[in-house]
Design a protein around this ligand. Structure first.
Ligand SMILES: [Zn+2]
Length: 386
């Protein structure tokens, strides 16, 4: 299955993946999902927010056991972040069927829409809308880099933007959620284990910094006459690094837009996105307010996810089923975190990543480790379904 997905949304020059939500690549991946569901005789349901569900058994007989992840990617991402969880979910069902198992509860594979937030700036949009933590009105108005709103984009994809919003009916079908994901770090490498279990997700958020200036000619405007927004932006980047070290958290400016973006012009405006996260919420907040105060920018919070502690009995049960698999925290956000915060007992399995690199074409998991992940997932599903 991963081989089939290999060419979809792949940038031939860099080898990285660009799979923005609702882009042609994403639509092709969604069709692939529907095909895999049909091939297995699973019943497809597309919820109000565009998340895809493939049910084995009648969801009305639930609440059921749900597994899966997402198929969209960050820009220039790797092949495993997201797809590994969806592919492993289908493969785990195949394995259960090979063993002659029939689940005692409905079981579904889910593909959450727009997990990475590459297009509209807010991560986990599908699961945030489902659980009601993202206001549908705000979601409809989010704009992509082309200036199109999510409402426009959804309409073009044949979806009804007015249908967005908390979906209690769909949510009630999810008794428990298990997401398998490639590890984004090297926590498992030193432990000699192909599969681990998540303990918690660090609190994390994204903030947009808008630096206003005055656009002018790079050759005719004297230095002291300039109002160049690139300078406070540059200061903010350096300050973020120093403050992150002081607060013991992580801070990253990974996206910046410059208007008008001419090599021979002083910019009129610079917008930059700060990603900040860490083990302690207070330290992350302190860093952000420090940066906000000193930057001279207009700052808006685009998303905030408090710390997520996964359900401890479930986590311990899953780790036990896998022969005392290592339990580790992560700094990366996931749909499983959004569901856990909404009160759905959730767990995550991580598959070893030898370099620890992710959100990059260098992201990797060995085929044997991926198979170990499928086997682990199928045992967990089997135990949860009986
Ligand atoms: Zn992911």
């Amino acid at each position: 299955m991963l081989e089939v997905l290999e060419e979809i949304g792949r940038d031939r020059d860099s080898g990285g993946y660009v799979r923005d939500a609702w882009s042609p690549a994403d639509l092709e991946l969604r069709e692939w999902f529907k095909g895999e569901a049909a091939r297995r005789g699973l019943d497809l349901d597309v919820d109000r927010n565009g998340n895809l569900w493939a049910w084995w058994g009648d969801p009305a007989a639930g609440p059921g056991v749900v597994t899966g992840s997402h198929l969209d990617s960050v820009r220039q991402g790797g092949p495993f972040d997201g797809p590994l969880g969806v592919v492993s979910a289908f493969a785990a069902i195949d394995l259960m069927r090979e063993r002659g198992l029939t689940p005692g509860r409905p079981l579904a594979v889910v593909c959450f829409t727009d997990e990475e937030g590459a297009r509209f700036g807010v991560p986990c949009i599908g699961s945030r809308l489902l659980t009601g933590v993202l206001d549908p009105e705000r979601a409809r108005g989010l704009r992509d880099d082309e200036g199109d709103t999510m409402a426009d984009v959804l309409r073009r994809a044949g979806r009804d933007p007015m249908a967005l919003g908390r979906d209690d009916e769909t949510l009630a079908r999810v008794g428990v959620f298990v997401e398998l994901h490639v590890e984004q770090g090297r926590g498992l490498v030193g432990k000699g284990a192909p599969v681990g279990v998540a303990s918690s997700i660090w609190p994390h958020g994204r903030w947009r910094f808008d630096f206003q200036g005055t656009a002018d000619h790079a050759g005719t405007t004297r230095l002291h006459d300039r109002d160049d927004p690139m300078l406070p932006f540059a200061r903010a980047v350096l300050t973020a690094r120093v403050a992150a070290e002081r607060h013991g958290v992580l801070a990253t400016f990974g996206k910046v837009r410059v208007w008008p973006g001419n090599a021979n012009a002083i910019p009129g405006r610079v917008s930059a996105w700060l990603d900040a996260r860490g083990a302690g919420e207070r330290a992350v907040r302190a860093l952000v307010s420090e940066l906000t105060l000193g930057s001279g920018a207009t700052v808006s919070e685009e998303s905030w996810t408090p710390v997520v502690d996964f359900d401890v009995p479930l986590r311990d049960k899953v780790a036990g089923l896998l022969g005392d698999a290592p339990i580790l925290p992560t700094g990366a956000g996931h749909d499983a975190g959004i569901l856990a915060s909404a009160g759905v007992p959730s767990a995550m399995l991580f598959v070893r990543n030898p370099t620890g690199v992710s959100h990059s074409p260098a992201e990797h998991a060995d085929a044997d480790d991926c198979r170990a992940g499928v086997t682990a997932l199928s045992s967990v599903l089997e135990a949860l379904c009986t």
